[in-house]
Design a protein around this ligand. Structure first.
Ligand SMILES: C[S@@+](CC[C@H](N)C(=O)[O-])C[C@H]1O[C@@H](n2cnc3c(N)ncnc32)[C@H](O)[C@@H]1O
Length: 457
């Protein structure tokens, strides 16, 4: 049978005819080998081999400069645009549902504040820009995680509202993979107060929540003697750790918050003195339980500010502060400040309560502390090294600082966490003191009004 090629001629004859018309030379005659359906371009192949020898990043760089990439740009743009549209749709859908729920909760609150569920109550407070307590913040974050999953499941159903009970949240959270602590905080009971059954359950699952129950937090002890011996070498040994973490910037923030009469608790060797602003302060008292530490602070302060007269240096424990103050005349402060001290106290909650009792009306406690971080992997590391840290620095670096503030009954007016959440920058006040104008939210400042707390009762 004769195969037909182009324009109905037999195959060979057809190809030859086209070549003749277009004046294309035979490939075999150019290369000197037989006709091949896949001719090898040796130059191209060599170039390809050279490229393959380059490091990966150079190969990608060459690809991005190539014609091939430029030609496929349109398709990449279309794909990118498509992906953005999908993400935007999901985001807007979420905002829409959230807005619907906000309207619903506001109506409920207006009619009967008691009818609000725990989630609705937290949500309304968050929306009113109230600062949630650290445990409430933690729980609200878990509610939000559950809400995202809920919305995914009810993609098109606008009518259902997300409103789980704390028990439903607990059950959902306990099933989440990759979480070491699977218990959400319980807000309605005082912190630390648990039924025998719950305690037993915790021992079984090893899900410890509070500082007191976490077996990885080493027991508190009086660290005065340790720091008495450490004082001389302290600055030299800690300086590289602090430089590596750029702590100078954080200390500067701390010292900018000082106002009026100031008490610095656990002053150590006076590492905050280089960032001291004498123009902000009327008087300052340095306190530490270690005499050697206080002596070093005194030396540093005198050489840096020889003309600053209203300064005092006291040896004493933060846990005995109120007692120390009442021995003399009634002493109160505008600002009580502490840096990296709570981790070294025997009873940090008592120390905080004492600091609060020494505040003048409207006074603030300013803290720069280190403790548990935002991520499980960080906390696991802190827990793992906690004993060693206690031995080398007499410091319990895996305490939950937020929980200490809660237990001391203080309100937080400013909170920032850095270094994966392990460095806590906090400004606290007594609950009965009003917010200062600069601490109010933008809207409240704009309308010159005081925030009205959201209450269920
Ligand atoms: C880690 S050092 C921090 C020192 C300093 N604030 C700084 O930022 O470098 C802890 C300090 O707390 C002091 N300290 C420990 N327990 C204390 C207590 N119960 N009352 C007062 N100071 C205490 C120690 O003597 C030590 O100087």
């Amino acid at each position: 049978m004769i195969r037909l090629g182009l324009v109905g001629l037999p195959a060979r004859t057809g190809r030859t005819a086209v070549r003749t018309v277009l004046r294309i030379p035979r490939i075999s005659s150019l290369r000197g080998y037989a006709d091949s359906p896949f001719p090898i371009n040796h130059k191209e192949a060599q170039k390809q081999r050279d490229i393959e020898k380059l490091p990966k990043w150079r190969q990608w760089a060459l690809y991005f400069q190539s014609e091939k990439f430029k030609k496929s740009m349109t398709i990449y743009y279309i794909c990118g645009f498509g992906a953005t549209c999908v993400a935007f749709f999901y985001y807007m859908r979420d905002r829409y549902h959230e807005d619907k729920q906000i309207q619903h909760v506001r109506k409920k609150y207006k009619n009967d504040p008691k009818s609000l569920s725990e989630y609705e109550f937290l949500m309304l407070r968050k929306l009113s820009q109230e600062t949630l307590r650290p445990l409430e913040e933690k729980k609200y974050r878990i509610y939000q995680m559950m809400r995202k999953e809920f919305r995914r499941k009810h993609l098109m159903d606008k009518s259902v509202m997300f409103n789980p009970t704390p028990e439903e949240l607990e059950e959902w959270y306990s099933k989440q993979p990759r979480r070491t602590v699977k218990k959400a905080p319980v807000l309605d009971k005082p912190i630390g107060e648990k039924t025998a059954e719950e305690k037993e359950q915790e021992v079984l699952t090893n899900d410890k929540l509070t500082n007191a129950e976490n077996p990885n937090i080493v027991p508190a002890e009086d660290t005065t003697e340790f720091y008495e011996e450490k004082a001389a070498a302290y600055d030299e040994e800690i300086k590289w750790e602090e430089r590596g973490m750029f702590l100078g910037k954080r200390r500067k923030w701390l010292m900018k918050q000082l106002k009026g009469d100031v008490l610095e608790v656990a002053c150590g060797t006076g590492r905050n003195i280089p960032y001291f602003y004498p123009e902000l302060v009327n008087s300052i008292t340095f306190l530490d339980s270690s005499r050697n530490m206080v002596d070093l602070t005194q030396k540093k302060f005198r050489s840096a500010y020889p003309d600053f007269r209203k300064v005092g240096f006291t040896v004493g424990k933060a846990e005995e502060l109120a007692q120390l103050a009442s021995e003399g005349k009634e002493i109160k402060y505008d600002t009580v400040v502490e840096a990296f001290g709570l981790c070294a106290h025997e009873d940090p909650v008592k120390a905080l309560k004492n600091m609060s009792s020494l505040l003048k009306p409207g006074g603030r406690i300013v803290l720069l502390e280190h403790g548990r971080g935002t991520w499980d992997f960080v906390n696991n590391h802190l827990d793992f090294r906690s004993e060693r840290r206690m031995k080398t620095w007499a410091c319990r670096w895996n305490l939950d600082i937020g929980e200490l503030i809660d237990e001391a009954g203080l309100d937080i007016t400013y909170e920032k966490r850095v270094h994966l959440g392990t460095t806590w920058m906090l400004v606290c006040k007594r609950p009965e003191d009003p917010l200062r104008s600069e601490e109010k939210s933008f809207m409240n400042k704009l309308w010159g009004r005081d925030p009205k707390p959201i209450q269920r009762e």
